[in-house]
Write a protein that binds this ligand. Sequence first.
Ligand code: SF4
Ligand code: SF4
Length: 178
Amino acid sequence: MNGISQIGKNIAGLWSLIVGLKITGKYFVYPHVTVHYPRRTVNNISTFRGPVELVASPNDPSKAKCIVCLQCAGACPSGCLTVAARPAPKPTPEEIQAKKEAEAKGEKVKKAAPKELGTFRYDFTLCSLCGTCVETCPVGSLQFSCDGYLASRNKQDFVYDLLARLAGQAKGGKSSSS
Ligand code: SF4
Ligand code: SF4
């Protein structure tokens, strides 16, 4: 009886092996859906949720849309964001003259903001990519980047100065120095 039982177990094991090999054989000849990173990368990751980055102002790509309301830093559950304002630069004589001319023509002149974004530090090592900061921003100044190929042995490489990164992107690069 024991011998028959053992034969049954062996047949079941052999069948399991055949089923497994059948699946392996089937996918062995399928076209690859992955690439051999880091030798190759893919460029179709536009929907990838990478580290948060600043959105550029439509008037100046080196500056952020940010109005320094600090809501994102307050809403972040992980304390990833350090945001600070600095006094806005004084208007140039040309800007003052242009403003006067516009006012003389009766045009509506937007009042210059007394402050601007001075610091936007983002610690990606703490970020859970929850999206709260992106959703909280009242002017759409934050978005997820498509950076899917981040690698470093140094933790500090993932602490970003997002203003410097934006300035680098405006120049055509992808600066993200800490
Ligand atoms: S995605 Fe979430 S955890 Fe990351 S910085 Fe934004 S609010 Fe903080
Ligand atoms: S919530 Fe938006 S506007 Fe306010 S500080 Fe953050 S990025 Fe700037």
